[in-house]
Design a protein around this ligand. Sequence first.
Ligand code: CU
Length: 151
Amino acid sequence: MKSGMNGALRIAALFSMLAAAACKTEQPKTSEGKEGAEKTEEAATGGVKPTGDTVNVELYSDASGNYFKPNELEAKRGDVVRFTMKVGVHNVHFLPDSNTIKTGLPPASDLLQLPDQTYDLLVTLQEGKYYFQCDPHAALGMKGHLKVEDK
Ligand SMILES: [Cu+2]
């Protein structure tokens, strides 16, 4: 009887040791996981590190026409260009045919229709000057340029 209890205690002690060992081995796993997540994030952004800076643009339809405000933009790689819908129905399209640098152009955005709806574009484009337009209003002059600096 006595030896049986000792056995149970020994088993309990063994389990707590195993639990402690499990905790110890878990730490490197977690940091590996973190590193993996960072790598995935970098892959998703083409190796561009987000700067945390935002360049704001508003989209309008009014008595003076259809336009991006402003329509000449400057951004660094890693900035976010935030297009905010104000009035009308617009999209943002970096047309390959109208750009000399065609690599890494983002696909056309969805049509923005709701006031204050936003389209965020993380700038992963290489240094250069890019043309973009609103497809429904390009013929009416709704066009702009984005100058990208690599800093
Ligand atoms: Cu438009």
